[in-house]
Design a protein around this ligand. Structure first.
Ligand code: CA
Length: 226
């Protein structure tokens, strides 16, 4: 497996050096820039898998770099802010950052977030939706649970895709019918129950734990096994 490439843009040399060494230890390929403008150029010229971006930088400030990068790239960006700097959540999200951390932070926390965002990004690049051990690929229209491929009809596939796009959210019967069968569906009322039943059957082979749960009187939810 190739190493993930991380760009650190941070003007405080002590912090950037520390992150560089630790992330290299974790097996990442690391590039460091200490100036905002140079950082932006580096981010545009080389393919990185993730960027750790300090907010206050000489040359160009972090949120501006983030906004500019977002015009052409969806690389995960984690913003670092100094203690005392007020970074409104909205401001961070508007700039297009995926996450942010306030200094001083624990390195384990940074590494955990880097892992999370790399995983999400990679799954996204592969056009995959994932929940627990269930993986659905939108492009190849394949589904597997663990190593086991699952054969679904087109409608079952759409139904599962809907749940995977809204993990842990309760979807009402009418929402599901509208999205998967179309708003003008006027067929039998129990069609959804029948589909859920077959879908569960297929997903729970080999005694795999239940992910698709009934919310009595409301609808269904995809969540961790009870
Ligand atoms: Ca700084």
């Amino acid at each position: 497996m190739t190493k993930s490439r991380i760009l650190i843009i941070e003007d405080e040399r002590e912090i950037s050096r520390f992150m560089e060494l630790e992330l290299k230890c974790e097996g990442y390929e690391v590039t460091v820039e200490h100036d905002g403008m140079r950082g932006l150029i580096a981010a545009r010229e080389q393919p990185f898998d993730l960027i750790v971006l300090d907010r206050m930088l000489p040359g160009m400030e972090g949120l501006e770099i983030c906004r500019r990068l977002r015009k052409s790239s969806d690389v995960p960006i984690i913003i670092l802010t100094a203690k005392g700097e007020v970074l409104e959540r909205v401001e961070g999200l508007e700039s297009g950052a995926n996450d942010y951390l306030t200094k001083p932070f624990h390195l384990e926390e940074l590494i955990a977030r880097i892992r999370l965002h790399l995983r999400l990004y990679n799954a996204n690049q592969r056009n995959e939706l994932q929940f627990e051990d269930l993986v659905l690929n939108i492009r190849t229209r394949t589904v597997q649970r663990g190593e086991q491929p699952i054969d679904l009809s087109p409608r079952e596939f759409e139904l599962l895709q809907l749940f995977l796009q809204h993990p842990r959210q309760v979807l009402t019967r009418s929402e599901i019918l509208e999205k998967v069968w179309g708003w003008d569906y006027d067929g039998q009322d129990n069609v959804l129950d029948v589909y859920i039943h077959t879908l569960r059957d297929k997903l729970e082979r080999r005694e795999a734990p239940r992910l698709l749960h009934t919310v009595r009187g409301v609808g269904y939810v995809m969540k961790e096994p009870a």
